[in-house]
Design a protein around this ligand. Structure first.
Ligand code: SF4
Length: 711
């Protein structure tokens, strides 16, 4: 039996794992006590993740679909057929007829994304879409405008802050920062304030000193009142604003919003809003952050900006206890520019900015369905299930029917894969090497840990990087869209063969990162290999980032003109109508799932086998709904049936249905479908209600009605 160290790949906390392996089987899995950031912690998802390795439903062979029948296909044949069809489409309809979408199925597997992205760019297509554009790219736009670079992402200094203000996040369940549970508990112990703004009394809100259960989509108005109060009372940090920022006067000159006015719009007491403003502005140090709940709501970019700028206005950026910048072990800004080029791009449909090297995924269905010779005709989906994750599932289904070619690279035959022409079986994270570099803002300091392959995959299952490497070869294009790199690795393959070690210099994650870290890393590859629990690659030097802002003014631009103008146009949301008297949110996190993932892991599905609709007791009583009843939820976009969970933990007027459910896993060998798990919340969401600045769709704050299923 051998003990190996790696880290979990399900979410961005990347918790350290200790894995016992015997005869290529994982026989024990536990948290790595020597991991410097997570110290033995694993959540239920991480603890059960090894079940994916032996899951009977996982894909073990490549398949080709003929009509409704799936047949095994040999890898060389699959590569040959897919390449031929791509070549035909490109020669007939142009390079942009091929598109790529990559999902969050391998949250931290950087090399997979790089190879997939590089493959499309090498084909000459820029129709590249990723999952971040559904829930995160508002923040990249805010970072670019305020600090000058998209990947210059801030995070709260959790262990030193005196006041943590969280909008739309439940970190006690999402757990996406290592050590977050201990840090939050410690806030209480050391007398720091925790303020949570969320329509639901979440696990995190239950620990808060102040819980603001505002109406979904109204955060922006609460923030406006907070700013009005801070400027009105002179609580802003004038010295910090003068020295490090430009544009504060534009914020100050915005038409005031009183706490009473915000109270009417947000549905919370005016005194609570004023108390939040006072607590935050007068704390010795403070951090304000917003996450998914805001990101998937109306006005997500403007709200994110007002939260981020609140830190600057109160002098809490790049200081202990405030927001900090972690530069990571590799420069993501530079890497992304090298991958995508330095040209400014706008999406061809909505004219949205190019963020995280991607156009908004909310545009894919229209890019396929549009009546134009330039439309997308082939889609490659890597580690994602857009059929369940995209807003307006019905439109995506219609779009898929118009494709000439759909290829899915995944661990499972998920909802999207079931409509594909080819399905290529990919490894899970125990079966591949990689390095997590994309989200350094989830670590408190520059940190690297090699993600070691701990078991070999089934014979016909391959890591995504290898699949895209082979597709590149078959299409005659260079790996990562870089001919010098292609020639170097081809030479390495020849040399390796001559020396009798064919893999020694060939392209693989180890050789690639050896090269990259050697050229520009803060830690060398050899050091990562010698330190299986990970390597701290430097400290955060507070104040350093303020000296190298990449904005035109070289300072923090707290009020970008485009945001200020857009903010002036925002009107309060209309009152609920008789037709849709309630407001639906779908972005809730669960301890046993992550988006569409982990549906096949038996010990997790035993704990939660579906989603239900949270509805307040008052709303339930007025609609004669009892706990456990089947109900119908209706929105402008569609209807869905689901079980009611009548509860006090959500405010009246709001209902919550977690997205990512509704999957029917299909087994291609037996040609059978496993029973549907839960309800697809995206039958209720629309794909036309987009944030006008970044193009992200609105999954929260959707007017809805709830009634008996038979109604
Ligand atoms: S918190 Fe995230 S990274 Fe850690 S074990 Fe759970 S799913 Fe894995």
């Amino acid at each position: 039996m051998a003990t190996q160290y790696t880290h979990c790949d399900i979410c961005l906390a990347a918790c350290g794992m200790e894995v016992e392996v015997e005869e290529n089987r994982i026989v024990a899995l536990r948290g790595d006590k020597d991991h410097p950031l997570t110290r033995g912690f694993l959540c239920p998802k991480g603890m059960a993740s090894h079940e994916m390795v032996s899951d009977p439903l996982r894909l073990r062979h490549p398949y080709e679909r003929t009509g409704s029948t799936w047949n095994r296909i040999a890898w060389p044949e699959a590569y040959r057929k897919i390449s031929q069809r791509l070549r035909d489409l490109i020669s007939k309809h142009g390079k942009n007829s091929v598109a790529l979408y990559y999902g969050g199925g391998n949250a931290t597997s950087s090399v997979n994304y790089m190879l997939a992205d590089g493959f499309l760019r090498a084909l000459g297509s820029d129709r590249i879409y990723n999952v971040l554009t559904l829930e995160f790219t508002n923040r990249y736009l805010v970072m670019e405008k305020m600090y000058g670079k998209q990947f210059h992402v801030t995070q709260p200094d959790l262990d030193q802050t005196d006041c943590l203000l969280i909008f739309g996040s439940n970190p006690m369940v999402s757990l996406d920062h290592p050590g977050i549970v201990a840090s939050l508990k410690n806030l209480n112990r050391r007398g720091a304030k925790l303020i949570v703004v969320d329509p639901r009394k979440t696990e995190t809100a239950q620990m808060a000193d102040i819980h603001v259960d505002l109406l979904p989509g109204t955060d922006l108005f609460m923030l406006r009142a907070v700013y009005t109060h801070i400027f009105g009372k002179g609580l802003q940090d004038k010295e910090f604003l003068d020295k490090h920022c430009v544009g504060a006067e534009l914020l100050q000159q915005l038409p005031p919003v009183s706490a009473e006015e915000a109270s009417r719009i947000c549905g919370v007491p005016a005194e609570t809003i004023l108390r939040v403003a006072d607590e935050f502005a007068t704390a010795r140090s403070a951090s304000a952050v917003c996450k998914l709940g805001v990101n998937v709501s109306t006005n997500c970019t403007l709200t994110y900006w007002l939260v981020e700028a609140l830190n600057a206005v109160t002098g809490n950026v790049d200081k202990p206890g405030g927001l900090l910048f972690n530069p990571g072990i590799l420069d993501m800004n530079l890497l992304s520019k090298v991958a995508a080029g330095f040209k400014k791009r706008k999406s061809h449909i909505g004219g949205f900015p190019y963020l995280s090297n991607s156009y908004p995924a909310s545009e894919i269905s229209r890019a396929i369905l549009m009546d134009s010779p330039d439309r997308v005709r082939a889609l490659i989906v890597d580690a994602g299930d857009p059929a369940l994750l995209f807003p307006n599932s019905s439109r995506f289904e219609e779009a898929v029917d118009r494709l000439d070619l759909l290829v899915s690279v995944d661990i499972y035959m998920n909802e999207t894969a079931q409509k594909a022409d080819f399905v290529l079986p990919a490894t899970n994270f125990f079966e591949k090497d990689d390095l997590y570099i994309i989200f350094p803002d989830h670590f408190p300091y520059p940190f690297g840990q090699w993600k070691h392959k701990v078991v070999d995959p089934p014979e016909e299952v391959k890591p995504e990087w290898e699949i895209f490497r082979e597709l590149s070869r078959h299409m005659g294009v260079p790996v990562l869209n870089q001919w010098p790199m292609e020639f170097m690795f081809r030479g390495g393959e020849v040399l390796g063969k001559m020396l009798g070690t064919p893999d020694r210099f060939a392209f693989d994650p180890k050789n690639y990162y050896r090269l990259l870290l050697g050229a520009m890393g803060k830690v060398k590859f050899g050091k990562l290999m010698k330190n299986p629990h990970g390597v701290k690659a430097g400290d955060i030097r507070f104040g350093a980032a303020l000296k190298r802002m990449a904005t035109p003014s070289k300072k923090i631009e707290v009020a970008p003109a485009e945001f200020v103008e857009a903010l002036k146009q925002v009107a309060p949301p209309p009152d609920p109508s008789d037709r849709f008297p309630l407001t639906l949110i779908t972005g809730e996190r669960s301890p046993h799932t992550k988006n569409t993932q982990l549906r096949g892991v038996t010990s997790l599905t035993k704990k939660q086998s579906g989603n239900s609709l949270r509805i307040n007791t008052v709303d339930a009583a007025s609609a004669s709904i009892r706990d456990g009843d089947r109900v119908k939820v209706t929105t402008e976009n569609g209807a869905a049936a689901v079980q009611a969970n009548v509860t006090e933990d959500i405010r009246p007027g709001v209902v919550s249905l977690t997205h990512g459910w509704g999957r029917r896993l299909f087994h291609p060998e037996t040609q059978t479908t496993v029973e549907q798990q839960g309800t697809n919340a995206n039958l209720l969401t629309g794909d036309e209600n987009l944030d006008e600045l970044c193009g992200m769709p609105v999954y929260n704050a959707i007017p809805c009605a709830v009634g008996p299923e038979e109604g």
